[in-house]
Design a protein. Structure first.
Length: 232
């Protein structure tokens, strides 16, 4: 596979940087083609300041993405979301006509399971200072799946990508040597299975689960509300 590793951390010698380095080495050892976008090292401009033209640096990122069979999106969880530089990468690279507002031959809008990036796999790798229970179903921070919903469902799956279950490393600011070894081993295991792991079962927009108003049919997940209903 061809794998794009999208990395958004300002400190290359951090836990995130160490996981990135080991992950890239693992992919290369497995024989995958690897390309990296280290956003801080690149000095990536996260601000959308172009309207009519596509700058060379954006075209270069789109070329990487087009080349890739899979994308690893790695970042620290900051204020319940991604670092601004990563959000800005999506804002500038996932532009109209390339990643959204794409239509099929029948005129249908292709999104949520369909689109220009269909066939590609995406794996989110996130480090969090919180302990795992606090990002669980009853944790004070809210479930991690809910915090990642906008990225995984509203960005990656929206553009057609198959989104794998995320890989999370908790207690990132209190990492012991033993915990680090476990974190590296877990990431290696996930990368070995990058091409075979079953994706999250998000419901496709045009698969019949939603009505014309794009609301889930009442006979599906009856009596339930919230983000979880969009998983089949």
């Amino acid at each position: 596979m061809n794998v794009l590793w999208l990395f958004a951390h300002p400190e290359p010698h951090s836990l995130g940087g160490a996981l990135r380095d080991d992950g890239l080495a693992t992919l290369r050892a497995l024989g995958h083609g690897v390309c990296e976008s280290d956003l801080y090292a690149m000095g990536w401009n996260p601000v959308v300041d172009e309207i009519a033209t596509t700058p060379p640096e954006v075209r270069a990122e789109q070329a990487k993405l087009t080349w890739a069979d899979a994308v690893v999106v790695q970042f620290p969880l900051w204020w319940y979301g991604t670092p601004a530089i990563l959000k800005g990468w999506f804002d500038r690279v996932f532009v109209k006509g390339y990643a959204y507002d794409v239509r099929g031959a029948d005129g249908r809008t292709l999104r949520y399971g369909e689109g220009a990036l269909a066939g590609k796999r995406a794996l989110v790798v996130v480090t969090a200072g919180s302990p795992a229970p606090a990002l669980g179903p009853r944790g004070v921070n809210g479930p991690l799946a809910d915090l990642l919903f906008g990225l995984q469902h509203g960005t990656l799956f929206y553009t057609g990508m198959s989104v794998l279950p995320p890989y999370a490393v908790y207690n990132a600011d209190r990492m012991t040597d033993c915990a680090y070894s476990c974190a590296v081993a877990g990431l290696r295991e996930r990368l070995h299975a990058l091409g075979t792991t079953a994706p999250l079962p998000f419901r496709t927009q045009n698969g019949g689960d939603y009505g014309r108003d794009l609301v889930l049919r009442p006979d599906l997940a009856p009596g339930r509300e919230g983000l979880g209903v969009h998983l089949g």
